[in-house]
Design a binder for this molecule. Structure first.
Ligand code: G3P
Ligand code: CA
Length: 284
């Protein structure tokens, strides 16, 4: 079945376009997804949040200030208010070399618009962002995935840093493949000891097979950072241990070709990147 094929593909290597082709076009806009889709990536990555009137929109930050001409929290705005914003001009202003007049006035994208555009001709790697700020997010997302028949067609992965959010999704529909995101960083108050802030696993040096098994009980894979301020926080041994416990590993967010090459050699199962074009070139 298409779902079985999708799970099989997770064992190989996946090119994941982080917020679309966001190195070349404004993140999370149709222009960014069009470009990544043209390149033929394995997954379009996106974050979903809820508007004040309950619509699912593709948007990363909790606040709209950085990537639009509005301000305040995304959840305090209706879809109509958000649609009036320009989410493209900021990109032209901060990326003079990639500026394009076509990006001006780019509108916030709804999940449905993205699904209408690419349908089953793409795979979607969807993050439930800030679940505590978006009550009802999981219900709305699963409903959309079911309406568009994304699950049985092997078109979707749902990812989250919040274990509770993933468990909620699983409760709503047990067939949706889930990816547990983790983030390792040094804890200044603890002499720089490495910790994982989502509290799903202990520090990388202390992680056991049982810890990976606990994740494998509900998730199909793990997404993690590898470096913090240029220093490695996990190694190739972490990757192989996860894999031995049945968890493919995807690394975020890798934009430099030499870093892509290095992690390929570690045998990771996929990379999130703003420059999927660079990664696809390596794959050739
Ligand atoms: O979802 C993987 C990666 O995107 C997590 O970080 O902040 O870019 O959503 P963020
Ligand atoms: Ca994300």
């Amino acid at each position: 079945t298409p779902l079985e094929q999708q799970l099989k593909d997770l064992e190989s290597f996946q090119v994941i376009a982080h917020r679309g082709a966001s190195g070349h076009a404004p993140e999370s806009t149709m222009a960014a997804y069009e470009l990544a889709h043209e390149w033929g990536v394995d997954y379009l990555e996106l974050d979903v949040q809820l508007t004040s009137d309950g619509e699912l929109v593709v948007f990363h930050d909790d606040a709209i200030d950085r990537t639009s001409d509005g301000d305040g929290s995304i959840n305090d705005h209706t879809l109509e208010q958000l649609k009036a914003l320009d989410t493209g001009t900021w990109f032209n202003e901060t990326n003079a070399d990639k500026a394009n007049v076509a990006f001006e006035g780019a509108q916030i994208l709804t999940l449905k618009e993205l699904f209408e555009r690419f349908g089953h001709d793409a795979r979607y790697y969807i993050e439930t962002k800030s679940p505590q700020l978006n009550p009802g997010l999981e219900e709305a997302l699963v409903e959309a995935l079911e309406d568009y028949e994304m699950i049985e067609n092997g078109r979707v992965l749902v990812q989250s840093f919040e274990q509770d959010s993933l468990l909620k999704v699983r409760e709503l529909n047990e067939h949706i493949p889930l990816i547990q995101l983790v983030w390792y960083s040094p804890n200044e108050e603890d002499n720089g000891r490495l910790v994982e802030w989502t509290g799903i696993t202990p520090a990388p040096t202390e992680i056991t097979d049982e810890d990976f098994q606990a994740i494998a009980a509900y998730a199909e894979g793990i997404g993690t950072n590898v470096t913090y301020n240029g220093e490695d926080v996990i190694g190739a041994d972490f990757i192989s241990q996860a894999q031995e416990n049945g968890l493919p590993v995807h690394i975020y967010t890798i934009n430099e070709t030499d870093e892509m090459q290095r992690l390929r050699e570690w045998g990771v199962n996929g990379l999130f990147t703003n420059y999927a074009d660079r990664l696809l070139e390596l794959e050739d």
